[in-house]
Each structure stands twice: as C-alpha cells, then as structure tokens.
Design a protein around this ligand. Sequence first.
Ligand code: GLY
Length: 373
Amino acid sequence: MSEQRLRVALGERSYDVIVGPGLLAQAGRHLGPLLARPRTFVVTDATVATLHLAPLTAALAADGIACRPIVVPAGEATKDFAHLRRLIDDLLDAGVERSDLIVALGGGVVGDLAGFAAAILRRGTGFVQIPTTLLAQVDSSVGGKTGIDTRQGKNLVGSFHQPRLVLADTGTLDSLPRRQLLAGYAEVAKVGLLGDAPFFAWLEVHGEAVIQGGPGARAHAIATCIAAKARIVEADEHEHGDRALLNLGHSFGHALEAETGFGDALLHGEAVAIGMVLAFALSSRLGLCPAADTDRVRRHLAAVGLPAAIAGIAGPGWSGTILANRMTQDKKVRDGRPTLVLVRGIGQAFLSRDQSFANLARFLDDALGERTA
Ligand code: GLY
C-alpha cells in the first residue's frame, strides 16, 4: 500500500501526518522543505538507534542534510528531569538554533522527551516526529502532547507543542516484538471503544491481522486512528473538553503503571487495556453500559493476548484505596474529584465527574477481589 497523507488542521500550527512503508528512506525529501538550513538533530534511544539511525542518517545525507544524533537510554525512566536536562545541554552544545528542527526518532518516550525539549528550548524550537512503535504511530506522535514523568506520576510536567510533520513509517513496525505491538494495539482498540463502534467491530474480525501486519489491515487501522485523533485534537487542542476522551482507560492505567513501577512489568498499553476494561466494568456497575458490551471488550482484548483483568497483575499488598490514591495525582482531577472517561456502550464514551475517590476505591477493591473469586 502506498503512503497516505493526513492533515491535522490547527491554523498556523497545522501539519501533515504521512503514513506508509519506506518513509525513513525518503526522510530528506519530506524534511528538506521544512529546514532553515541543511542540518537536523536526531534524538533517539539506544535500541532504536541500532535499527533505524543509520538508515535515517543515510537518507538525510542523500538529500544533503547533516544529522547530529543524540542517543538517550531506552525505557520510561528516561522521561525525567535528569535526562531532560542532559538532552537540553547536548542540544545547546550541538548548536541547535530556534529555526532548526529536532527529530524524535522512536517510541512514545523519545517523542515526549524530545518534544518537550523542543518546546522549551530557546522558547520553542520546531520538531518532527518519526514514530517507530505502533503506540506512537497511532497516538502519542500526533496531537502535540509532550512532557516528562515525576515521582508523583506520569506526564505531570509538560507542554502542548505540535510537531511540524509526523512520518509514520509502517515498515519500522516489522522489527517490533509482539508484546510491543500488542501494547500499541490497546490504543488502536481505544479509538473504536471511545467513539467508533463499527471500527471496533472491524477490529474484532481483523485485529490479529493488524497485529501481525496483514496486507492492508495494519495501514487501515493506523490511518483510521490518526484521522480520528486529528479530528479530536482539531476540536480541542488543549484538552479543555472532549480531547480527554482519548484518556479512556488511562486514569486506571496510570495507577496500575505507578503501582508496578513504570517498567517492563506492565507496559503502558497493557495498563491501558486493563484500564479500559475497568472503565467499562465501572460503567456497567453504575447501570450506564450494557454488561454485554463490557464482556465484548474483555473478550476481544484477551483474545489478542492483552491483559484484560487486574487480577493477573495485582501484587499481594494492593488495595482499592492504594490505587484510588494513585489516581488523585491525575492531571484531570478538578476540585478534588477525578474526571473519568466512562461509557454508555461501545463507541459511546463521555466524561464524568460524578465519582468520588471513595467510590473508586470500593469498585477497585471489588475488582481486586475477583482474583480469588
Ligand atoms: N494521548 C492522548 C492525547 O494525545 O490526548
């Protein structure tokens, strides 16, 4: 399948998201027109560097563009103040100017970190996202959310800073382990679950092909997710309203990630998968959503191999109160109450401020209790 060009229309901050195979090899052609001088600063992590840095550097050189690579450690722990400071130092030492472009080559961690560095460097430097994971291609590289984690929680320090271009080379997904693909697939399913029931029904049939890279299926899913996200971001760039629907499963998921230490024990997408099931289960318990829809969500996520129940990952000391306390640090807490994404059914998400943390703790206690049921 050839490349598709999708537009995020945000006035003077508008940009294209190009999706397709082989885009890394054409990076010079796509970046060239955006550069004030033939020089880029590529931020990547140690894992992605071994796979994709040399091809990207060669592709840029073929169009006469010099490339200064900066390699950060792989993993969520890199999204902190210490690594941000080091990256800013490296970029300034390398002579990056405000009119230059910083290129984020990698997954969500590199995109969020490099994007935030670009946002604050010289009061705002341009950047380009070249996402190399399914999760980053369908979600984090589009929409301009950038930032780092603190000990209190995920993404608590950051900025909205839109990229100038996103190059989603679907060929880079072929080197991903299945677990990483599944973690990204959770965000794919999220798009159907929050607002596109026919897409979720399509995923129930074609989900495995999306994960395995079946002809056409993966590209269709990625383009569908990006188009949906573009419409949501265009309507609510700074998340004053409906953009928060993209956080379906994330408030619960962030609590689970925090409790498991933001590491390999539970990947972000895995936490989101469990979090989405919890959001559906809570909605059903409140009488808002048919139980059959919650069962469908749980069944599909489990069928592709994602964790779909808190029982499978909970540690011995966990309680509803501990998890609900984690959720009090969420950015969407307002006047002491969480903003939750709940559902009236598949494809019908809405924002709710009706739940107290005490209610959440009771619900989570019951969900945890199911491990012995
Ligand atoms: N990943 C959610 C958002 O970009 O709003």
